[in-house]
Design a protein around this ligand. Structure first.
Ligand SMILES: [Zn+2]
Length: 226
């Protein structure tokens, strides 16, 4: 019966649109598609083995997320963060990461602290030829673990809300020569304060870490700061 076929088609369509959205978003987050790059609907559909409709839906959703915009004569392009939104982003990150570390100092379980220690101990050495990608991946896991150890769902939700804008920051600051060992020292300071159950020190250390990442970002983008 035609009705049944229609019903059966609907979940499949939804799934391919969701899959196209995740795949396209992952490309932007990983830097495979960079700010200013054109989003070519036909090419993407071919690459993903999908029809154009789910790809178009994915592009629409990413536009709503603020990751893609329409540029005159170019069509859909990956959005670039302007300096003002970048400053706003780092300011909010500083507050959220500081709060997360402070709460983790109060609420992290012994197992969570042990897991953080293991994450810190397994940071990759500098000089891997991947533009800091592996270090950035592990950095995200470390910060995510602190977020979870804070045991506050609203805070986690707020941190998640920044991930779209974070994806537009461009290449990781961990790609900068000398940044990995310094960032690892900053991570160690955060974890030390969490282990010592010193909420104030954990908050301050996490804030200092994000401010340092912000300075590194400004240096990477504009050659200013340190
Ligand atoms: Zn970090």
């Amino acid at each position: 019966m035609p009705e049944q076929r229609t019903e059966a088609d609907r979940p499949a369509r939804t799934t391919s649109a969701a899959g196209a959205y995740e795949a396209l978003r992952a490309r932007i987050v990983s830097g495979g598609l960079k700010p200013g790059d054109r989003i070519r609907e036909v090419e993407l559909a071919q690459e993903m083995g999908l029809s154009r409709t789910p790809v178009r839906e994915a592009i629409k959703r990413l536009e709503q997320d603020g990751l893609i915009r329409h540029a005159p004569h170019k069509g859909a392009v990956v959005r670039a963060l302007d300096p003002q939104s970048m400053n706003e982003l780092y300011l909010v990150r500083e507050v959220l990461e500081g709060t997360a570390a402070g709460l983790a100092a109060q609420h992290a379980s012994t197992a969570e602290i042990t897991a953080l220690e293991e994450l810190l101990a397994t940071q990759p050495p500098e000089g891997q030829d991947d533009g800091g990608a592996e270090a950035a991946r592990r950095n995200a896991i470390f910060h995510d673990a602190i977020g979870h150890a804070a045991h506050n769902r609203h805070l986690l939700h707020a941190m998640d809300g920044l991930s779209g804008a974070m994806a537009l920051l461009g290449p990781t600051t961990l790609s900068m020569p000398g940044r990995i060992p310094v960032a690892m020292e900053e991570h160690a300071a955060i974890l030390h304060a969490i282990s010592a159950r010193d909420a104030g020190a954990a908050d301050a250390a996490a804030r200092a870490h994000i401010r340092a990442a912000h300075r590194a970002r400004l240096h990477l983008l504009y050659g200013i700061g340190g």
